[in-house]
Ligand binder design. Structure first.
Ligand code: GAL
Length: 694
């Protein structure tokens, strides 16, 4: 999948700037400050619809003209947004149908943002019209490097459940199924007498229809799964409406929208083809989320086949939307920014360049505070990072991640597993994926996060945590991975449902059974905190017996009957004590070593997950040099300029490691020799341009 990225001489630096909120003299002071911080790119016009179009037949671009002119005059590059993420009041007043109906069935009135009904013909017409007019006016502006359509698609409740969406859903279903017989079959409609005899009988699944206790409790997974797919597609249609109109005037400038990493309501894989490049807003839920951020970066990089992406937003200091909003500690902004670059970001941008004067984000962090000071800690850190990015120049631009590990990330599995009754609602999709990712990340192996439809031919290891839904020929392709001597790992709840979320009429894990050489007979669950000790030991390992660890496993305990697989871990408690909790099935390999298919039937703790993942990675020589140093990350990018190893210390205490390679630290100019001691303070970053041939 090809990407079209804005060209540029360096990793871009800047962010959302809303000068329409303050007088012109402040603009001048802002730009003088931006110069001090090496700001080269500003994102303009994210929320200006009411100004741009004060009435249905009136457009007024005077203020935006001035805003764009001032940015360009100062030599800044511009990302121009289309302003369609927040409705103007007149529009909602005149056409109330543009407002969403929420999951509880309540039609909303004017307020907030990110809440337009995606099926509203008026919204679709006017948003596309605005995008077209903006493109007509600003296409060809010097310094215009990207179009930013809408903002953070998803919004309130992640969708709309109005009558227009109901009609759109029925059209979408007709397209997907063709006949009601196929629809009834896909939804297993004979259950609870749901056989539909007319398309008009289908209503959106929400609290008034199939759901109780929220979006994850549905009587019919099939309709809810399809509604989520439909809603994701409906919002994609909004993006396409605008992009098409932009393309009428501007054939070449790359078009994107800002995603949100692992955001459940929208299947970003379904959107990926339509974006020219991926970008996302990095607001981690806590201060110690380095593995989660790394995973989210890798999910974003995976959208365009490994091409670089942008961090469109991050806060320099605090966010405003949480109950508690701690500031980023000294050095953390720098560390997280370099982490983004390490994982493939070719731009590191902020929300926001200057603090809002009023409303809910007036205390949100910004490059410049209300006083416009440049002598604050935050500004100094922003400016220092800007200088580092300047000095780095074009070295890493376009660089790719040389990953030998693929991790399958799948929105269908996420949706279906989390709305499934009968298992354990505490076992969450992202938590499970993150557990396996974290172990791989700590081991220092580079990971491509890809859809289950991806070509798996180039990988030594394929991780498939909670691959609940199987689509197409994925089982055969995973078998192909093992057949050529590589390794596959899946966790509990994998291979349970087809793409309609119906169970396979065979032993679990369904079509994956032959690959893993097991069958799952029962699925036990326990409350959080209840554990079952799993003894891990490789029967074929050097010690010839248990040589591993005891992992306190939780939440899910599948009772597994081997069908050819070796037992690598056994439960220590319950009526299934002594039965397999982790298995490995050796198969294939042709002339060489056999491939391995590992199945982890329970929620191992971190130590257990690390042990299993470590075994798999070791076999392929993929355990990195800092694997034993907690919170030290190694991320690698390569391009024609060379191989860049980013060593990032996320820990809170200094550590001493041994340099894994010789090279030059591009941040300090220091020469590093392989094998010499490398001292890392908390939040330290080394960008080592390695001295070795590619
Ligand atoms: C993002 C959004 C921005 C701003 C920011 C605050 O989600 O795109 O407009 O609201 O959050 O953290």
């Amino acid at each position: 999948m090809s990407a079209l990225l804005p060209a540029g001489p360096k990793v871009r630096y800047g962010g959302d700037y809303n000068p329409e909120q303050w007088p012109r003299e402040v603009w001048e002071a802002d730009y003088a400050a931006f110069d001090l911080a090496s700001i080269d790119t500003v994102t303009l016009n994210v929320f200006s619809w009411a100004t741009l179009q004060p009435a249905e037949d009136t457009y007024d671009f005077a203020l935006l003209d001035a805003v764009v002119e001032r940015a360009v005059a100062g030599g800044r590059d511009v990302v121009l947004a289309t302003s369609t993420g927040a409705l103007p009041p007149w529009l909602a007043h005149r056409h109330p149908e543009v407002e969403r109906t929420d999951f509880s069935g309540r039609r909303h009135v004017y307020g907030q943002r990110h809440n337009a009904c995606p099926s509203s013909p008026v919204y679709r017409r006017l948003s596309a019209e605005l995008a077209g007019r903006l493109a007509g006016r600003y296409a060809g502006t010097p310094g215009l490097v990207a179009w930013h359509v809408g903002n953070e698609y998803g919004g309130f409740d992640g969708g709309c459940w109005c009558d227009l969406c109901a009609a759109g859903f029925r059209d979408w279903l007709r397209e997907r199924y063709g006949t009601l017989e196929r629809l009834n079959d896909a939804w297993n409609a004979t259950f609870w007498s749901h056989t539909f005899s007319d398309w008009e009988q289908v209503v959106p699944p929400n609290l008034l229809s199939e759901h109780w206790r929220g979006p994850d409790h549905t009587a019919f997974q099939g309709i809810t799964l399809d509604y989520r797919r439909f809603m994701s597609d409906a919002m994609l249609a909004n993006f396409r409406d605008e992009k098409e109109r932009i393309r009428e005037h501007d054939a070449t400038t790359p078009v994107t929208t800002n995603f949100m990493g692992m955001f459940r309501p929208i299947d970003y894989h379904r959107w990926a083809d339509d974006l020219d490049f991926a970008s996302w807003d990095n607001y981690p839920p806590g201060q110690r989320e380095h593995a989660r951020m790394a995973l989210a970066h890798d999910v974003m990089r995976g959208l365009k086949g490994g091409a670089p992406f942008w961090v469109m937003e991050q806060t320099p200091t605090i966010t405003a939307s949480r109950d508690v909003n701690p500031v980023k500690r000294p050095g953390v902004l720098r560390l997280w920014s370099w982490q983004a670059v390490a994982h493939g970001a070719d731009a590191v941008l902020y929300f926001q360049m200057r603090q809002s004067k009023g409303a809910c984000e007036k205390y949100h962090g910004a490059v410049l505070d209300h006083a416009g000071r440049t002598d604050t800690r935050a500004f100094r850190e922003v400016a220092a990072l800007g200088a580092e990015l300047d000095a780095l120049g074009d070295a890493v631009l376009g660089a790719r991640t040389p990953a030998r590990v693929a991790l399958l990330f799948d929105w269908d599995s996420w949706w279906a597993a989390e709305m499934t009754d009968g298992f354990n609602r505490h076992a969450r999709y992202v938590d499970t994926v993150l557990a396996y990712y974290r172990a791989t990340w700590q081991a220092g192996a580079q990971v491509d996060v890809v859809p289950q439809t991806a070509d798996l031919a180039g990988y030594d290891v394929v991780l498939a945590p909670m691959l609940h839904v199987l689509r197409g020929d994925v089982a055969a392709r995973l078998e192909g991975v093992v057949a050529r001597g590589a390794s596959v790992l899946a966790s509990f709840w994998s291979g349970r449902a087809d793409e309609d979320a119906n169970a396979f009429l065979m032993d679990a894990p369904g079509p994956l059974g032959p690959l893993f050489g097991i069958r799952v007979e029962e699925t036990d669950s326990a409350e959080p905190g209840v554990t079952n000790p799993v003894t891990l030991g490789d029967p074929l390992g050097p010690a010839g017996g248990p040589d591993g660890v005891v992992s306190q496993a939780g939440l899910v305990f599948e009772v597994v009957v081997p069908q050819g697989a070796d037992v690598v871990g056994t439960y220590g408690a319950e009526f299934y004590a002594g039965t397999p909790a982790v298995t490995r099935h050796r198969a294939g390999g042709g002339e060489g070593d056999p491939g391995e298919a590992w199945y982890v039937a329970t929620g191992l703790d971190d130590a257990g997950t690390a042990w299993v993942v470590g075994r798999v990675l070791e076999r392929h020589g993929l355990v990195g040099p800092y694997a034993d140093v907690p919170d030290v990350e190694l991320a690698v990018r390569e391009n024609a300029n060379g191989r860049f190893a980013f060593v990032l210390h996320h820990g809170t205490e200094p550590v001493d490691v041994v340099a894994h390679a010789s090279g030059t630290d591009l941040l300090t100019g220091r020469a590093v020799t392989a094998g010499e001691p490398l001292h890392l303070e908390p939040a330290d970053v080394v960008v080592l341009r390695e001295h070795r041939a590619l």
